[in-house]
Every structure is written in structure tokens, then in C-alpha cells.
Design a protein around this ligand. Sequence first.
Ligand code: ADP
Length: 477
Amino acid sequence: MKVLFVASECDPFIKTGGLGDVVYSLPKYLNKIGVEARVVIPNYSDIKVNFKSKMKFIKSFKVPMSWRSQYCGVLQYEEGGVTYYFIDNEYYFKRQGIYGFYDDGERFSFFDRAVMTMIKEIDFKPDVIHCHDWHTGMIPVLYKNEFISDPFYRHIKTIYTIHNLLFQGVFPPEVLGDLLNLTDHLYYNGSVEFYGCSSFMKGGINYSDKITTVSDTYAKEIQTPLYGERLDGLLRYKSEELIGIVNGIDYSTYNPETDGYIYKKYNTTTLNNKVVNKLRLQEELGLGVSKDTPMVAIVSRLVKQKGINILIPILDILLEKDIQLVILGTGDREYEEHFSNLQSRYPKKVSAKLTFNNGLAHKIYAASDMFLMPSLFEPCGLGQLIALRYGSLPIVRETGGLKDTVTSYNEESHEGNGFTFGPYNSQDLLYTIERALSFYGNKEIWSSIVRKAMEQDNSWETSAYKYRELYEELTEK
Ligand code: ADP
């Protein structure tokens, strides 16, 4: 079974969020269970030099884009048994940053056609092309409307995984003809048309053989108007082909017993060492040094999706208590400014690092006692899974993957690995944080929940098998 993962990011080369984690860790696990998974992403200039210097040039060819013909180089890199390909074109990818450019429609039209062309050029015919998010949505469209007629490509199956339905890749309708060499028939038959534009996301949903998303609950939620981002009707229509498979995390990257980033390694039997991480981080961040002060952490994009606007109104109330708040994130300016002001007002209680820093993220997961994710919606969420693994108890809203992976502590049955709430408002969030703080005071209860959280299996073990089954099911047809 050969599978080609196509995505816009992959850790450790380039990552802005959970997508990068998944595209790195899932192929590694699949390779262990007999699936030959390879990965292809663009060769961004932001990829670190230590990787670039090890990439091997393997081929170049031209990619037709309507009236243009663009250069495409293919670079290859191997690590941990996985082969990675990088699509090289300096005009499209030699820039600072990876998304948010005026010509993203053109950049990813090029990428999608380049990947389809590459398969034949390098003679790697996968059984399944596994596409991720809108950037790769035109691959199934190109396949079913063009490449399938070439005998080399026949019998390939496509899977399209939605990691976040909010970002859809919606561009003027002309992208179809001017960039993708496709006819406007696809616009007029409605399969790619989206409110007068062309949608990469809609194309991916309509033309792939199977659609997956990253948790069971999110798979259901996106079929409703509240979470469906105006595609809920289509997703309901496609519900037979849509399934949710919850993400895992890479247990070798995220392991408090072996993590090279953290101050002191620990496991469920050496929780005292977890406290050392807190004391050292407090020192490093200039916070008050105290082992008994609960440290509440946020490691996240600072955007509306993450529930920041229900958190902000209650921060002053929370900070009257003996707690510390550690924030690591980048995002909307108003949120960044709010957290930076908060740090100035509470220098010993609040640390706001408005940057992307992987090493610091690991330190925060290890040091903190609680991890906040009051998301408005959350397709899966990896933050809470990493937090569980490091014994930082998640405080989350019951949505998407948060609902599927965190269960609220129940003082009678002693079940649960975190604290959850349902309605999206500040009062319920405040109540839930206060509830968590009330248990923090009881060391025996707290450490028993921490141990349970750390022992919960959120590795890829189970989900990788589900993907393998899906590949098998598709290719048997
Ligand atoms: P999303 O993909 O919506 O951003 P997830 O929870 O699925 O959210 O994944 C976020 C990933 O990115 C986690 O691995 C988290 O630790 C990491 N991350 C988010 N913000 C930062 C940051 N500022 N610095 C380092 N890592 C971050």
C-alpha cells in the first residue's frame, strides 16, 4: 500500500499549527504498520537551512498553467524511514511566511498540478493520494477531470482530510481556466462554485473518493449550519463518505520522560520532577517563584476560534487569585496587545510571549498545571493532547476533538482527565476554571487526575490503523 500525503506544511520543516504535526507524525506511524507513506510539501524558503542542505535534487520539469509554463524542481529528503518531497519554485515559494499572500490561489494551483505531474515524472504511483486542507483541494479535481485519462494514473484513489473548515481557499472563478487549465464547466455545474467564486475546499469535498476530518464530533458538527461554514448542506449530502478519525500525537516528540527541551524529565512516578519544570520556568519568565501557585497555560494561535474573547473579560477576576497565567502565541493584534498589557499590569503573575517557539512550548506543557482551550470550535486540537501527556490538565469547551478527548473530572466516580464546559460564554469558563482550582488545592486528588491524564493513550496507534483500513477499503473497490 503506497500513500502520498500532500499538504502545505509538515513539522519539523515548517509548521504553523496542528496540520504540520499530523503530516509529520501520521506517515511515520503508518510506515510502522506496513503502509508506505511519503509526503510532499512546497519548498518554502523558511524551511531551516539544516534541512535544505540535506535535500537531494532529483528532477525538474515544466508545469503548464494555462498560458504559462512554470519551472518545478523536486527535492527529496529521508528521515525516520519516511521519504519527503519538496516542490521547488522560487517565484512561488521563496518568500518570508507561508500563507496569506495575494496570489495564494495561484501558488497552490501550481502546487497541486506540480504534485500530480511529479507522480509520473519520478515514477512513484501511489495507491492513494491523501490530501490535506484547502491547499490541496484541487488535486482530486485535477485527477478526476484530467489525469485519470492517462493510463499511468488510473486506479489511484483520493482522500481529502479537512483539518479546519474555516479556511476554504476561495478565489475568483477565473482560477479554473487561467491557472488550472480546467473548463468553466466545473464552475457552472456547481461542483467547485462557491457564492460566485471557486472554492478549493468544495472541489476537494466533491471530487475525492472519501472525506475525513480529525474527530468524530467535528465530523457531525460540520454538517450543521453553526459549524458548517456554508458547506454544511454539501457535507450532509456527502455524509456517507465523511468520517471522523481523531488525531494522535507523536509519542517520541512529546514525551516528558525523554523530552530534551524541558528542564527536568519526569513520568507518572516522578511527578516531583514536574514541579522543577515549573520553578525553573517561573524563574526564566520572571514570574514569582512558588511551587504551590497554580500555573495556567495557553499555547495557541491567538484568534477568535480559540475562545480568546470569552477569556479576556474574566482575566482580571482570575488574577485576583493566587494563580499565574503563561501565554505563548501569535495572532490577532487586539489579543496580542491585550495579553501584553496584562503582563505589564501583573508582571509577577502573567507572562505573554507573542512569538512561535517550539522549545518554549514544550517547557510550558511540562511546567504548567492547567491548559486552557475554551475554543469556539476545534476540529481536533493537539494542544490538549500534548497537555494531557505532560500532566497539565486541560480546561476545554465541549466541542469537536476537545469533546472527544477530554472528560470532565467527576468527584463522585473520580473519572475524568480535565475540566469541561458547554455553553460558549465567559461565566461558564470562569466557573470551570474555579472548579479546577478548587481541586488543585487537594494534592492527592490532583495528582491522581494528573496520573490518569498522562496515562491516557493519545498516540497514533489506534487512529493510524483506522486510516490503514480506509486505504484498504478504498483500494479494494
Ligand atoms: P491549530 O492547528 O488550530 O493551530 P492545534 O491545537 O491542533 O491548533 O495545534 C497547535 C499546535 O501548534 C500544537 O502543537 C501547539 O503546541 C503548537 N503551537 C501553537 N502556537 C504555538 C506557538 N506560539 N509556539 C509554539 N508552538 C505553538
